[in-house]
Design a protein around this ligand. Structure first.
Ligand code: SF4
Length: 417
């Protein structure tokens, strides 16, 4: 049985359509447009009335539509290596005239780049600056070994935020409105709180939402932080999930195995991977990726709280030891029976240490760990047959571990006749 569609998904889709249309409209009217990395306190730009677009989100959307290979081939023909992150290749492919679900993105007046996620983004955004002849603002976010951040690092990041604000003032020709910023931060905090509470409800056993459905609804927390639209979406999602929990609704239909996912998903195969696992009663109930948007921003101390939260909420700029601790905590919270690590050919910083993670999680949490080789948008890097074989072997390991025997599936009964 397919899970019921969430009513909030219809709202999210409308909000995202309006968002992209609104950015195009703003550009046409001569308002300023910024492109930003997703790990960036774009609340500053929202408060300055600058429209913000996110090439990473745009590339992920291209991935969900199966456009990754065609766009990547355009970029590769222009000289980009297949080893370059496929988000970059999709973006360049669209800039070279390839198809985009949103008709491409309006040109930026400034690009904003924070280094917390990877070093690829700095080269990518430098290229955007050359391509569009616009300004570049880089915020260097230091690597964290321990999961916490030093006061010195916070000072260093805040100084760069202040410099970014001065650049925005130069571009917009207006002084930055600190009162408006406080209001934007209150909306950001509210949206983040609802997002966190939705994830907490998602961890309920049985889970009221599939991870695919959460991913489909994550656009506003990525692109619309600091807006009323994001608050409305996650307030609605929270109410809907609360009702589902109260009524005992099981989103996956069957949860013989609750699995946790690490790294960015296969955007082009969200539904098919869920169905493939679902045939074995396995459901992905949570993902580390979703927790990159769990933050506690403080309107009373906006810049320092954002320096802390934006540079520590992602696992890519933290040690493997910290990531192991975080993953084990989430596996316990979700009462997961297993972990699937996406060894993502594109997002190497997030895939770094996959074998160490596998060994440590198996030893510490006592759950089997599957590593799937793949890519988040370029389906050419994923072998369907290899994924199928690995999933089947993994399910056998889960069966043995949880139930102490192998289950004969309906498929196998039919095959033996
Ligand atoms: S390598 Fe990873 S963090 Fe960097 S741009 Fe690609 S997906 Fe984002």
């Amino acid at each position: 049985m397919s899970p019921k569609k969430l009513e909030t998904t219809t709202l999210t889709q409308k909000v995202m359509r309006d968002y992209y249309a609104g950015c195009r409209e703003a550009k046409a009217q001569g308002r300023k447009v910024a492109w930003s990395t997703v790990i960036m306190p774009t609340e500053i730009l929202v408060a300055a009335d600058v429209e913000v677009l996110f090439p990473e989100n745009h590339s992920a959307t291209c991935g969900t539509k199966g456009l990754g290979p065609a766009l990547s081939e355009l970029a590769e023909a222009a000289g980009l290596s297949q080893e370059t992150c496929s988000y970059v290749r999709c973006d360049l492919g669209v800039r070279m005239g390839g198809h985009s679900p949103w008709g491409g993105l309006p040109a930026p007046d400034i690009v904003f780049c924070a280094t917390a996620s990877c070093s690829t983004v700095t080269k990518w955004f430098e290229d955007l600056t050359r391509h569009f002849g616009c300004e570049l603002a880089v915020v260097d976010m230091p690597y964290n070994f321990s999961g916490s951040i030093t006061p010195h690092s916070i000072d260093y990041i805040v100084a760069q935020f202040e410099e970014s604000i001065r650049r925005i003032e130069r571009i917009t020709g207006r002084p930055f409105d600190r009162d408006r910023f406080t209001e934007v931060m209150k909306l950001s905090r509210e949206a983040h709180e609802y997002w966190r509470k939705c994830l907490e409800l998602g961890a309920t056993k049985p889970s009221p939402i599939t991870t695919t459905d959460i991913l489909v609804n994550m656009g506003p927390i990525v692109c619309l932080r600091g807006t009323q639209a994001a608050v409305d979406v996650y307030r609605s999602l929270y109410a809907e999930l609360s009702e589902r929990v109260a009524s005992g609704y099981v989103a996956a239909g069957e949860e013989r195995f609750r699995l946790f996912w690490d790294n960015i998903p296969f955007w082009f195969a969200l539904g098919s991977l869920s169905r493939r696992l679902g045939e074995h009663g396995a459901a992905i109930v949570g993902a580390t990726y979703l927790y990159h948007w769990v933050r506690e921003v403080d309107p009373a101390d906006p810049l320092r709280s954002m320096a802390r939260e934006y540079s520590t909420a992602v696992t890519m700029n933290q040690s493997v030891a910290h990531k192991i601790d975080k993953l084990c905590g989430l596996i316990s919270l979700y009462q997961a029976d297993g972990l699937v690590i996406h060894s993502n050919r594109s997002c190497k910083p997030d895939a770094l240490g996959a074998l160490d993670l596998q060994r440590a999680v198996e030893r510490r949490c006592g759950v089997p760990v599957l590593i799937l080789e793949g890519d988040h948008t370029d389906s050419r890097a994923v072998s369907d047959a290899a994924v199928q074989t690995r999933i089947e072997a993994y399910i056998e390991a889960l069966e043995q571990k949880k139930y102490g025997h192998l289950r004969v599936t309906t498929h196998e009964i039919h095959a033996s006749r």
